[in-house]
Design a protein around this ligand. Structure first.
Ligand code: 5AD
Ligand code: SF4
Length: 496
């Protein structure tokens, strides 16, 4: 039996969980959604006390973690091609006498478990999405036994054990941060792996979220995006034995001094309740941009997808948001070529897009996922038809997105400045609608919301000038804040 010193003693002595001294380099690569970006950061935070320092390059890493996505076949296969590259790196390091460990985390890890090591023997460690807090122990186990696999859904809550980021790590990640408030999904859309890879829906208690948000804000974060696979199903334990909805949680967070922007993603149309609509009506900090996936405009397809809403239900939800906040805009997710989708049913999707008018949207070709009910559906749509439908849908969405972006020209809009842009002298931030906006200005403006008069549009980026004095500006305590090399895209898809 191997006796290990407790983690606190190891930390005091500068030892890691394998009993070795010195700092080691950690490279984490995130695939897929915002939940994975958040999880990757928490894995890095949890390994920091073990002596791991993050690096932006796999070449000099001692530990490589691929945080994977299983939502569509393409996403899952990407991981295996990346593992091929990592195996070559590992072999090259070995030839120089350096040991590199490779870990696979996330939804592919959860779905495929040991099978990953059979397919890619260079992998040392497989860790499911609920077990990241056990990483130090799993690394020790892999060092001792050669391999370690942990894809159980544990009874203890990983959030209670994951290490919080240091103020320095938070600052390095920039002024916009994600906070997971909800995980898993009970909706069981027939095409979707999330209920299997992320498990049953759980909500984090209010106080834990408030503490995490307060800590981020103290370290200079100004925009918080609450994330969850079905975020507006949130129903967290609150003070006095109450249960709070997402709308109530947002209302409370908006009162934390220093927060200037709040967002949330991804929502399910069925779970939009009055508290969320009222939050949009009342809270200036809550950005008027909602990602609300609909998937299809056909009621028959929506029923076979088990979406639990019709196209009209969706239209009514959109109308309620619009009544509450006139400047609100929407994005969505669509699947084309779901089993049995006819041309008329696809046309109903195009008609819905025309009626709603989106600021942007993601569209995907249906991809059968093992273990989901839709994977057993016999009717199929030919690859050629799927391609053609995807092009038609994307052309329509692109035209709506460019019209939306063009309409900004000549207007003065609030921008939260995030970091120095690639172009020397330029600082880039985001509008309320997540459009990147560039100005020539001093880096002192990073962390502030300032009005910008938009002069032009370059592809998806707005270019403008600071408009006079600051409105709603917040003095940044950390004006040299930059985004980490792992650029995050807050509008990336998650679930719902
Ligand atoms: N095939 C294609 N797209 C899918 N999505 C989820 N599962 C599948 C699948 N099997 C899309 C949905 C969801 C987004 C995150 O990914 O549009 O909203
Ligand atoms: Fe849940 Fe969204 Fe997946 Fe449906 S598509 S099962 S709502 S995560």
């Amino acid at each position: 039996m191997v006796l290990r010193k407790p983690a606190t003693v190891r930390r005091r002595q500068g030892l890691d969980s394998t009993g070795m001294t010195g700092s080691r380099k950690l490279y984490v690569k995130s695939f897929g959604c915002q939940m994975n970006v958040y999880d990757s950061q928490r894995m890095a935070d949890t390994l920091a006390p073990e002596g791991y320092v993050e690096t932006g390059s796999a070449d000099d890493a001692d530990l490589i973690i691929l945080n994977t996505c299983h939502i569509r076949e393409k996403a899952a296969e990407k991981v295996y091609s990346e593992l091929g590259r990592m195996r070559r790196l590992k072999e090259a390091a070995k030839a120089e006498g350096r040991d590199v460990r490779i870990a696979v985390a996330g939804c592919v890890a959860q779905a495929e478990g040991e099978e990953i090591i059979r397919r890619a023997p260079a992998v040392d460690l497989v860790v499911g999405s609920q077990n990241y807090h056990r990483l130090p122990d799993l690394l020790a186990r892999a060092a001792r036994d050669g391999k370690a696999v942990d894809t159980e859904f544990p009874l203890d809550d990983k959030f209670d054990h994951l290490v919080a980021p240091s103020a320095a790590a938070t600052r390095a990640r920039g002024v916009a941060a994600f906070v997971t408030v909800q995980e898993g999904c009970d909706k069981f859309c027939t095409f979707c792996v999330v209920p299997y890879t992320r498990g049953a829906e759980i909500s984090r208690p209010v106080q834990k979220i408030v503490d995490e948000v307060a800590r981020l804000v103290d370290a200079g974060v100004r925009e918080i995006t609450l994330i969850g696979q079905n975020v507006n199903a949130y129903h967290g334990e609150a003070p006095l034995g109450r249960i709070w909805s997402l709308g109530t949680l947002l209302r409370h967070l908006a009162d934390i001094p220093g927060i200037v922007r709040l967002r949330y993603s991804t929502s399910h149309p069925r779970d939009v309740d009055e508290t969320l609509i009222e939050a949009h009506r009342d809270l200036a900090a809550l950005m008027p941009f909602v990602h609300l996936p609909v998937q299809s405009g056909s009621d028959r397809i929506l029923a076979v997808m088990n979406r639990k809403h019709t196209a009209d239900d969706y239209r009514r939800v959109i109308d309620r948001f619009r009544e509450a906040r006139q400047d609100i805009a929407f994005s969505s997710d669509f699947i084309v070529g779901f089993p049995g989708e006819s041309e008329e049913e696809f046309a109903a999707t195009l008609a819905l897009v025309m009626q709603i008018g989106y600021a942007g949207a993601y569209s995907f070709k249906y991809s059968p996922r093992p273990g989901t009910p839709a994977a057993d559906m016999r009717e199929t749509v030919s690859a050629a038809e799927m391609d053609e439908r995807l092009v038609r849908l994307q052309e329509l969405i692109d035209s709506q997105q460019s019209a939306f972006n063009k309409a900004m020209i000549g207007n003065t809009v609030d921008v939260l400045f995030e970091r120095a842009a690639r172009n020397p002298g330029q600082i880039v931030g985001r509008t309320a609608y997540l459009q990147p906006a560039h100005v020539f200005a001093s880096p002192d403006i990073i962390g502030q919301v300032l009005p910008v008069t938009i002069a032009s549009l370059e592809r998806y980026s707005l270019l403008g000038e600071l408009a006079g004095a600051a409105t709603r500006s917040v003095a940044s305590t950390h004006s040299t804040m930059t985004r980490s090399s792992q650029e995050t895209n807050p509008s990336q898809e998650i679930g719902a």
